[in-house]
Every structure is written in C-alpha cells, then in structure tokens.
Design a protein around this ligand. Structure first.
Ligand code: GLN
Length: 447
C-alpha cells in the first residue's frame, strides 16, 4: 500500500504506469503475507515490482503502448511473469513504453509521453522508459524491461538506475509481444546491480515455449557480487569515445573508469571497427522483423477493429491505419520495403552480413579484455519533443547500445555520475556470452 500511495502521488506527473492493478496487487500481497506466515514463501515474497506493458499478464490489460491493443487482456502470463509470481513478487501494474517498443524516448506511446523524474521536461529514454522512470521516482523498487536495441540500458542510464540485457536466449520471450525476435531480450531494472541479480535469478532459465531459449543449468547471478576487481581487464573501444560523445558524458564515464582502476582493474584500448555500421544494419533488420511480427494485428483475432468498413481488405487497412501510430507505421513500411523482391539482397542480406562483422568485432575485442566499458548514450536525457520530428537523429543516439543486440551479447548500465545539467549518466559494461554474473559483480563493486 506504501508503493501504491507513491504511485498515486507521482504518476499523474510522471505517467510511468499505463495500468495500476490495485486489486491484483493487494490480493497478491495478502497471499505473500500468508505464505510468509506459513513458511512457504518464495524467495522474493512480497517484493513489489511492475512489468513493462509488453509482457502478457493474465487478466490484466497488456497494451504494448499502442491503441491497437487498448482493449487486450491476455489469457495467459508471459514466462517471466509466471516465474516472478512463483518467486512471490507482487506486481503493482504495467509500465508505459514506446509503442511496440519502437523508440528511444517513450514519446511514441499511445498513452502519452513519460517524464524523466530528474527533470520533468526531459525524456526518460525508451522504450522501457516507464519502468526506468517508475524506479527512479521511487514508485516501485524494481521492474521488468526489454531490450531490442538498448531499451533497458538507455532508459536505465538516462534515469540513473541499473538495468541489464542478458545474453540473447537467457530469458524466455514467451509471452513478450514481439518487436524484432532475433534481438528482443527481457531483463531486470532496479536501483542496484544486486537487486537486478536477485530478479534475474527468477527471470532466466530454459523454456521449451521459446525456440531460441538456451538450455543451460540454472545460475545464481549473485555469485560474483563480492568478487574483487583486482586484475580485471577492462577494454575501452576507441570508437565509443570519439566524435559525437558529449564532453560532460565523457567526463562522467572517465570518472567511473578511474574508480574501476582504483578498485584494481586495468584498462586497455580495444577497437570495434564496424561500430558505424551498427545503426544502418539494425534499422534494416529490426523493421524487417517488425513488419512480419506486426502483421498479426489485423483487427480479426484481437486488438483494435475499425467500426466502419466495406469489405475485408478495408477492415484490415482501416484497423491498422487507426490502431498504429506514426513510428510503428514508418517501421512497417521500411521493413516491408527491405524484404521486398528486388531489394532483399541489397538491404536485408547486406544487413545480415554486417551483423556477422559486428559480432566478429566483439569477439576480437573480448579476446583482449574481460569486459568492455563505455558510455550508454552520447548525451544526457534530451528535451521532450526535441527529436519528435527527426527519427533519424533519434536512431543515431542508439549508437553505443545497438551493436550488443546484433551480437547477442549481455550489456548492463550502471550509474556513472551526472552531466553538466545535473542529469544522470550511465556506464555501459559489455561482456562475453553468459557473463551476466560477472557484469553484475563489476557494477556492484562500483556501486
Ligand atoms: N531505440 C531502438 C529502437 O527504436 C531500440 C528499442 C528497443 O530496444 N526496444 O528500435
């Protein structure tokens, strides 16, 4: 009830929640109390969290930030939701997000922009901006997010919290509404790396319902929290510290790196020479997959249906025209174009080749160091509306996060101090496949 009261107090200004599930939360809290009294409680019994509104939640609205799903109540829970419930968490509701997770500002939500709690005229980042803002504003201690090209790390960085995108395949995508299936990955967001590790323990794990879920023994992601940093080799990609990085962000990141050295780490320059190809490759592959994934929203099976149409074709086109916002339509058009006969080889196949080169870059760099460190975003949170008419400029701000998804590697954002405007700066840590525990340990030592 404490957190519900905080949501009541702060959400009208921040707009971090699309749905507050008051009754569900109170019932779950009572059940957690009873389980604790009976000694049958799960390890996270009673911990209040919220889910990004693209995780399907049985009986609770799941909008994906879109008018298309304004009335969609899922008949089942996503894998992550089931797992966290079993651990005893209490979900207080569903957080705001860019429509279908497409965006870096949270302004494309059909339910209004989210405000950055540090400065309400600034964006919180996106697409998991509702989760990040809710945590930063103290409305909730932890939340789930998803990251296709930075959507956990970038809002975490811009809101001064911690978030980790696990290795592709570690967290089941079952019940996560798909944006770009080969890139999408769920993960935890919280104030600290320790809380993220505890949450990830109950999010990760093999699931037969996701064909890309990796079959591995269960891990304890808290196991490296106490590991000292002495001897840790930290690679600094020279491409991440070049032109385009704001001076104040660089200064904050440099401070965090100095802190790492003080704790016994050494830094070494590495190179990711194909960094400049990550944005063009991503903005072909992600829309291509999105155009295919979003074809299911046709007004027939679920979601918005136009009320007035002549025939089936018009019902499809009107339902989609009314249900999707501008950014989603832009991506569907781009995706359909790059997949079309005659252009497929020039765009989609090329982008897949670049993807391989980018993964090779990381392999090379990670052979020279244990973790890679750099900025999360080139600037602190920018003004609401600043990039609203300039999608390409917004895409360019994804430069440091997107390659990690293309390579399928884990990446984490941890607070690194503040920019000249007093807004938070994130330090990004990138590791080899399945090095989540290590990344969380390094972040914990810094925190
Ligand atoms: N900003 C990127 C995009 O718009 C990443 C979004 C995400 O990770 N979901 O596609």
């Amino acid at each position: 009830t404490d957190y519900l009261a905080r949501i009541d107090a702060k959400n009208p200004q921040i707009n971090a929640f699309i749905t507050v599930d008051r009754d569900g939360a109170l019932a779950a809290a009572d059940a957690a109390d009873a389980a604790i009294a009976a000694g049958t409680a799960g390890p996270l019994a009673g911990v209040p969290i919220a889910h990004k509104d693209l995780f399907c939640t049985e009986g609770v609205l799941t909008t994906c930030g879109s008018k298309m799903l304004a009335n969609f109540v899922s008949p089942y829970d996503a894998h992550v939701v089931t797992r966290l419930k079993a651990a005893g968490v209490v979900s207080l509701g569903k957080t705001n997000m860019d429509e279908f997770a497409m965006g870096s500002t949270n302004e494309s939500s059909a339910y209004g922009a989210v405000k950055n709690p540090w400065h309400v005229e600034r964006i919180p980042g996106g697409s998991s901006g509702g989760s990040a803002a809710a945590i930063a504003a103290g409305m909730i201690p932890a939340a789930t997010g998803t990251d296709t090209g930075g959507s956990i790390r970038q809002p975490a960085g811009l809101c001064g919290i911690t978030g980790i995108k696990p290795t592709y395949g570690v967290v089941s995508r079952y019940g996560m509404i798909a944006y770009a299936s080969s890139l999408d990955q769920g993960g935890p967001m919280a104030h600290t790396a320790e809380d993220c590790a505890l949450l990830l323990n109950h999010m990760a794990g093999f699931d037969t319902r996701d064909s890309t879920s990796v079959e591995r023994a269960a891990e304890d992601y808290t196991r490296e929290l106490a590991t000292p940093l002495a001897g840790l080799r930290v690679g600094l990609p020279k491409e991440y510290f070049g032109e385009g990085l704001a001076d104040d962000v660089r200064a904050a990141v440099d401070n965090a790196l100095a802190e790492l050295r003080k704790l016994g780490a050494t830094t070494v320059e590495v190179s990711l020479p194909n960094t400049h190809l990550a944005i063009p490759a991503y903005y072909v592959i992600a829309p291509a997959e999105a155009s295919s994934n979003l074809s299911r929203f046709d007004g027939v099976r679920y979601g918005h249906r136009a009320s007035d149409y002549k025939d089936l074709a018009q019902m499809y086109s009107k339902s989609r025209a009314e249900g999707f916002g501008a950014e989603v339509k832009r991506r569907i058009l781009v995706g359909t174009y790059v997949l079309s006969h005659g252009y497929y080889d020039a765009y989609y196949i090329k982008a897949q080749q670049l993807r391989r080169l980018i993964a090779e870059d990381f392999k090379q760099a990670l052979s020279q160091c244990d973790v890679i460190a750099g900025p999360v975003a080139p600037t602190t949170a920018w003004a609401l509306g600043q990039m609203a008419d300039d999608p390409v400029q917004m895409y360019l701000a994804d430069i440091y996060t997107i390659a990690v998804n293309l390579a399928g590697l884990p990446g984490l954002s941890t607070p690194a101090g503040f920019g000249a405007d007093g807004l938070p700066v994130g330090l990004q840590l990138i590791g080899n496949y399945f090095s989540e525990a290590r990344l969380l340990g390094v972040a914990h030592q810094l925190q």
